[in-house]
Design a protein around this ligand. Sequence first.
Ligand code: UD1
Ligand code: CA
Length: 447
Amino acid sequence: MTTQRAAIILAAGKSTRMKSSRSKVLHPIGGRPMIEWVTSLARGAGIERIVCVVGEGNADVRAAAKGLGLDIAVQEPQKGTGHAVQCAKAALDGFDGQVVVLYADTPLITGETLNRVFDAFDTHALAVLGFEADDPAAYGRLITDGADLHAIVEAKECTAEQLRISLCNSGVVAASAADLFSACDRVKNENKKGEYYLTDIVEILRGDGKGATVVHASEAEVLGVNDRRDLASAESAFQNVMREAAMISGVSLKHPDTVFFAYDTVLEPDVTVHANVVFGPGVTVKRGATVHAFSHLEGAIVGEGANVGPYARLRSGTVLAENAKVGNFVETKKAIVGKGSKINHLSYVGDAELGDDVNVGAGTITCNYDGYNKHKTTIGDGVFVGSNSSLVAPLTIGAGAFLGSGGVVTKDVPVDALALSRADQINKLGWGARFRAVQEKLKAKRS
Ligand code: UD1
Ligand code: CA
């Protein structure tokens, strides 16, 4: 039988340094709130019991945690990380497996790393995730002897010699529930901050004859977010991971530093992405498709061999079939675009379903909104929509129909019909010459 696992996510901090009306852990990285990153990390490791520790004042965090299906423990007032873990004890009553403590403000830890933390239980009772810090600053220092961890000393408590140690505490700690809570019960607040430090459990458990060890991670992975600068650093670290992964998996990024991903962006092999492209959440781009410069996509599926942009905006619910094309200054929303269909220039296509091989002329607009409701436009296979057409929904255009340019189409168009919905043109012969003659005469009189 495999050992049961639980997680405690600490999120009770006041996050004053963010200077935000929103709690820190709800700020997004790659389009997903930090608290969701950490929840997804725990779930990915097969952890079902997750307790989120929140402060009385963090109503928004509590609502988010509830929405994610987490158990909630309230810590009020916040007396330190050791006290926060103790506050989760009641919620894990009767649980006797392994517990990992995660911070909601440390979003980028990978499942692979978390598994290595649990693997450490093979040899030690307590595992701490550590990293070599470029600038150890305020991080807790790890006092080690080979593979054994002897103590974690908070920067404020360090001797000058200990401050020179660059191996630091990420905050992630794992132990059996019994060891974790028994040690937390014995943590004291006799330190410079007067807080109950979770980090003290290393020495407490060592006193019980139980060994601790360090599992190593990179600094970028365990980056903790305290203020907006850290948020930007975490975002940038995340983007670099995604760019690397995309290129390794066979995607060409022409200028990787200018392509921005969301947490769930999927780019298949042989996709090409040009400069300055933003992927919001919910985008899949299939094999061989090209996304040209300055395009913005979210909630969209781009089919095999399709072409997007430059300067295209694909909004939620856009699905482009194979070899479809959405060109410059085109916005789509809830638009299904069939195989080989083209919307090449300056159009808005929303709440629409286009068949295969449709040609949408420049400047075409689906008028989908009447001020109260959204209506659908359906366009059959092989339809030719003349340039500068206004398609007033609800509207159905039969397959093979032609729409004359400049029309305001308000009635359904039958299969294979030609629809002309603009005023007839009148040519007045000789009018130009007569007009000029009159104007020239008037001009001569004035001067
Ligand atoms: C903590 C660690 C330090 C480590 C660093 C890594 C302790 C004593 N120190 O320091 O060794 O290098 O993280 O970033 O653990 N929180 C609560 N309730 C509290 C206090 C904190 O829920 O009473 C939560 C915060 O919301 C945050 C996390 O715990 O998610 C860390 O708290 P923070 O005050 O930032 O700890 P550090 O001083 O950075
Ligand atoms: Ca911190």
